[in-house]
Design a protein around this ligand. Structure first.
Ligand SMILES: Nc1ncnc2c1ncn2[C@@H]1O[C@H](COP(=O)(O)OP(=O)(O)OP(=O)(O)O)[C@@H](O)[C@H]1O
Length: 240
């Protein structure tokens, strides 16, 4: 089943003080089957984040379609779907992790992860247990669990962001440089979590500066320069 299909996607930005509209990216096409992981590569400023933000509908595309196979709504075009439907998808189906933490103020680190689970309909008891497991997995110092994250370091904010997105077991997860400010040990933890989600069937789109990190993890790579989508890892199926 095709989970995500980007067809002739393009996005322009208007720079108001220059009274100019400039294309950020155009003619982007790639597709993903359910459970696949595609890595997007391209030089700085080539439009990688713009693609991810448009899938999450933080940006509205100017051309093309972003076809997503929703569990709730069937196939929808994320370029034109209603705000209400998009809010539903963000809550239940599509996760987004960036380097920037954008959360409710005066909410503790642990409560933010609990809230993510409660949003999915988990009981308080399960949410409390799973939030502890997630924060432990990402080696968040227990001293920080009941603190507000506004004073957290870059790496702590990022690990909290990943914990909040991954506890929800999203159908589609968008990763915008999720290892940018992490040390090697934390990167390994992120990789383990991605592998776990893949095994559970999550479809992933990721941007990584660290190409080595993607190795053996991605099924496909989309290269913005060449506009080519390449299969890098064949899925091995065993016959019983
Ligand atoms: N909100 C915006 N307003 C105006 N221009 C923007 C906006 N967002 C992105 N751009 C421009 O669009 C182009 C693509 O930006 P984008 O952040 O998608 O690139 P990127 O490939 O993710 O870069 P990097 O690897 O450096 O993070 C850039 O030239 C950028 O300046």
């Amino acid at each position: 089943m095709t989970m995500l299909e980007i067809k002739d996607f393009g996005k322009r930005f208007t720079i108001h003080h220059l009274e100019k509209t400039m294309p950020a990216i155009e003619h982007i096409n790639f597709s993903l089957e359910a459970g696949e992981f595609i890595g997007i590569v391209g030089k700085s400023g080539s439009g990688k984040s713009t693609i991810l933000k448009s899938i999450y509908r933080s940006y509205l595309p100017d051309t093309g379609n972003i076809l997503y196979n929703s569990a709730r709504f069937g196939q929808v075009d994320l370029a034109t779907i209603s705000e209400r439907e998009m809010l539903y998808l963000r809550q239940y189906e599509i996760g987004y992790v960036s380097q920037f933490l954008n959360v409710m103020p005066r909410t503790t680190c642990r409560q933010l992860v609990i809230n993510a689970l409660l949003e999915m309909g988990e009981s308080e008891e399960v949410a409390l247990k799973e939030s502890g497991e997630a924060l432990t997995h990402f080696e968040m110092d227990p001293k920080l669990w009941d603190s507000y994250p506004n004073t957290f370091s870059g790496g702590e904010k990022l690990r909290l962001n990943i914990a909040m997105a991954t506890v929800k077991n999203p159908r589609l997860l968008l990763l915008d440089e999720p290892t940018a400010s992490l040390d090697q040990q934390s990167k390994v933890k992120v990789r383990e979590m991605i592998e776990k989600l893949k095994n559970k069937g999550t479809t992933l789109v990721g941007i990584f500066h660290d190409i080595e990190f993607m190795e053996g993890l991605c099924d496909k790579v989309y290269d913005i320069q060449s506009r080519l989508q390449t299969v890098v890892k064949e899925t091995i199926t065993y016959e019983s």
